[in-house]
Design a protein around this ligand. Sequence first.
Ligand SMILES: O=C1C[C@@H](O)[C@H](O)[C@@H](O)C1=O
Length: 294
Amino acid sequence: MIEDRVAGAPISWGVCEVPGWGHQMEPARVLAEMAGLGLAATESGPDGFLPAAAADRTALLAAHGLSPVGGFVPVVLHDPGRDPLPEVRRALEGFDMERSNSVRPVLVLAAAHGLDGYDERPEPDEAGWAALLANLDRIAGLAAAAGVLAVLHPHVGTMVERSGEVRRVLDGSGIPLCLDTGHLLIGGTDPAELAAREPGRIAHVHLKDVDAGLAEEVRHGRLSYTDAVRKGVYRPLGGGDVDIAGTVRSLEAAGYRGWYVLEQDTVLDREPGPGAGPVADVRACLDFLAGIGA
Ligand SMILES: O=C1C[C@@H](O)[C@H](O)[C@@H](O)C1=O
């Protein structure tokens, strides 16, 4: 059963690292709504959403009955003249080390391009790829020594987005992946097929459903990523075109015992009314998961 491995993420409440993304809800309401939904844990969200010090962060989460999962850390990895390790070390300081003997926190890395947002990115060259792949292995080692599990999150508008790029990471580094069902589909990878083919390389999961038509518009450059999110490219689980049930079932059958983070990126224009807004979508996701019997 996966119930005690289902976590939340602030992005499902519209809380995002991209400047100007939309209305940002306060932690008190987001965490209270997560707790009310019965979620076991949460990712930390962007810098500044939760307290920076690990002890304060854990105490705030514990006050809502939530465990820390770790969090999303976008870092420039493809620049041969830039060492990402100091930045990663700083990010690791915010992770909760006290729990590292029982539940390893997850460093969810994204291969940032260095500018804000996910609507455009440069094309990585060969020197950039060599740096990126080497840095992934260096960071995985650094994190492991600190009791943290590092995973690479293929993500729209980062240096690892398209299916050939995901393949290159799998072939050229040892780092496991965060299987994000939404970003992979937009980038041209079928997440259910990847889960079935490479279960040993999946160490963390972000679940979101996707409108395949809007995803195709983004993939072909006819719609920006931000506009697609505003138009609802991400759907509550069961409301889109991703084989979520098949993905979860095949991961479980292959022995996956990590987190399933409900992560349906959303943009809010204003504070939702009581009981309305993101909490309703996350509840629909939980109902869907309960219904698949995994
Ligand atoms: O893992 C993630 C973290 C978010 O804040 C990010 O923007 C989102 O797209 C995502 O998948």
